[in-house]
Design a protein around this ligand. Structure first.
Ligand code: AMP
Ligand code: ZN
Length: 113
């Protein structure tokens, strides 16, 4: 098992787990780009957005729901936050396990690319 995020799910790589349910897990990004920078992932290994099957689409809603709950817990629901999913090389995806970034706690860049 080489995937770093699968290893986090398996408890083989330490991380600060902030949320967990039967399908989704979330932890703090190791190299934060904002005061709040969390990573939300499906427990199952899905390589990227482009690999999502129709049957797997509900996982995105579960990830968004986890992100919204975490934004409340982190105190950034009112001030605002950004959810981002990078996909593929030009999309800036470095870890090949589908993940959503939750960013907030400061005024984020107006530029998306
Ligand atoms: P991306 O560029 O969208 O693939 O984002 C991957 C993110 O995962 C980066 O923000 C990394 O800092 C983060 N990351 C990589 N390894 C770990 C780890 N072991 N624990 C927490 N975050 C990690
Ligand atoms: Zn994986």
């Amino acid at each position: 098992m080489e995937c770093i995020f699968c290893q986090i799910v398996a408890g083989k790589v330490p991380s600060e787990i902030l949320y967990q349910d039967e399908k989704v897990i979330a932890f703090r990004d190791i190299n934060p780009q904002a005061p709040v920078h969390l990573i939300i992932i499906p427990k199952n290994h899905i390589p990227s957005l482009t690999h999502l099957s129709e049957a797997q689409l509900p996982i995105i809603g579960r990830m968004v729901n986890a992100a919204n709950e975490l934004a409340k817990k982190e105190g950034i629901s009112e001030s605002g936050y950004r959810l981002a999913i990078n996909c593929g090389k030009e999309g800036g995806q470095l870890v090949p396990h589908l993940h959503m970034h939750l960013l907030g706690g400061k005024k984020l860049s107006d530029e998306l690319g």
